[in-house]
Write a protein that binds this ligand. Structure first.
Ligand code: PLP
Length: 409
């Protein structure tokens, strides 16, 4: 069966474009924002400031460092670094945030953001289908500090309101969520949070700031595993948190500098390199993934495809008003149930590596239905479940590969 030629998703056509589409062009931000080439003798690529320490020409200059807001003066890379600053400035601009802070991994960003919003004895409401290690941090780690968590399905904003306790200080969101790509109505949920003085965090790794800006819908802190699309080449592990000046200043001073999980300058430099092509990469991921997801939906062996924007989308209104596009990661469920079918399919693929990450140039598959643990909050009902990352290879080659593997089920 040949691929349909409608790679661009009709759900995002000009006519249905909400006002929200009017944001600064991400390609221009990635190419220019946050850079001052004159500082670096006209070099188009900023240098890597691969140093821990910055020294001062005089004691007076050093004491100037302790005056508020003198960001131009550097003293130590755990606090700030000129290479990392460029990556942070670009990501803050892409997200519509005042400031961003890079971390040594997505989990370092997640734990820092959560810790900046809770204290001993607090209560968190979190999305059931959040990324597995995030759930582990919330359930198994924070309990040491007497912090409790309630998980919600998340589709209905009312569930979030019903879960609020007198000591709730945080709503943790991930939209679309891991494995099953369920979305949350950010406008409605952040309105409930504001009513109760509750902070909100959203993991935006899947959509990237090119296709979704949670802050524009009222979220306080947005975060990413920059290991995925922002880096985009499977060559760094990185994370980032972005938000308002007030929240980020506190987070930078406390969870940033005291817990110390910085992104090192070389990884920051690779992150900047990755960001340059983020919008064009995303466009290609979207085009190929949409073609392949639609072809899967039409295939007799397939029971369901979990990918926002398809004709089977159960949340089309959120897709249309919250997202500007879709990325290259989705899950497929086969009619033939059981982990054996899933393993046979994945083992038969030739271009898809078997691996748990995503967001790079390469296509990947994980036999989620055969791996109890990776299903996280998704549940064991999805035993014939495979998550695919559609990389930058030819969509036709990838589809031929998938079509052949479907015969092996
Ligand atoms: C991978 C991932 C993370 C964690 O990021 P690391 O860089 O691996 O620490 C967080 N959230 C989501 C949705 C992820 O897929």
């Amino acid at each position: 069966m040949p691929l349909a030629h409608n790679g661009g998703n009709p759900i995002f056509d000009e006519n249905s474009a909400p006002e929200y589409l009017n944001v600064p062009d991400p390609g221009t931000i990635c190419a220019h924002h946050g850079e001052d080439r004159e500082l670096h003798r006209g070099a188009v690529i900023p240098p890597i400031y691969q140093n821990s320490l910055f020294t001062f020409p005089s004691c007076e200059e050093r004491s100037r460092k302790w005056l508020p807001h003198d960001a131009e003066i550097y003293d130590y890379t755990r606090v700030s670094n000129p290479t990392t600053d460029i990556a942070e400035a670009k990501i803050a601009a892409l997200e519509g945030a005042d400031r961003a802070r890079c971390f040594g991994s997505g989990m370092a960003a997640i734990s820092a953001a959560i810790l900046s919003c809770v204290k001993s004895g607090d209560h968190v409401v979190a999305l059931e289908t959040s990324y597995g290690p995030t759930r582990q941090f919330l359930s198994d780690y924070l309990i040491r500090f007497g912090i409790s968590v309630t998980y919600v399905d998340g589709d209905d904003p009312g569930e979030w309101a019903d879960a609020v306790l007198p000591n709730t200080t945080l709503f943790y969101l991930e939209t679309p969520s891991s494995m099953i790509f369920k979305q949350q109505d950010l406008r409605a949920i952040t309105a409930i949070a504001r009513e109760h003085g509750i902070a909100t965090i959203a993991d935006n790794s899947w959509a990237t700031p090119v296709y979704q800006n949670p802050i524009r819908f009222g979220v306080d802190l947005v975060l990413h595993s920059a290991t995925k699309y922002l880096g985009g080449h499977s060559d760094i592990v990185a994370g980032v948190v972005a938000g308002s000046e007030a929240r980020m200043k506190k987070l930078q001073a406390e969870e940033g500098c005291l817990l110390g999980g910085i992104l090192d300058p070389f990884a920051s430099w690779l992150l900047i390199r990755g960001l340059r092509t983020l919008p064009v990469r995303l466009q290609r991921h979207q085009e190929s993934a949409t073609k392949i997801a639609n072809a899967l939906l039409d295939h007799p062996a397939v029971a369901a495809v979990y990918y926002p924007g398809l004709r089977t989308d159960r949340q089309p209104e959120i897709t249309r008003t919250q997202l500007r596009g879709t990325s290259g990661l989705f899950s497929v469920e086969f009619k033939q149930s059981g982990p054996e079918a899933v393993r046979r399919f994945v083992n038969s693929l030739k271009y898809f590596g078997i691996g748990c990450s995503w967001g790079g140039f390469e296509s990947l598959a994980i036999p989620a239905g055969a791996m109890e643990k990776s299903l996280g909050g998704v549940g064991t009902a999805h035993r014939s479940f495979v998550r695919l990352h559609i990389g930058l290879e030819s969509a036709e080659d990838l589809w031929d590969d998938i079509e052949a593997a479907l015969k092996a089920i």
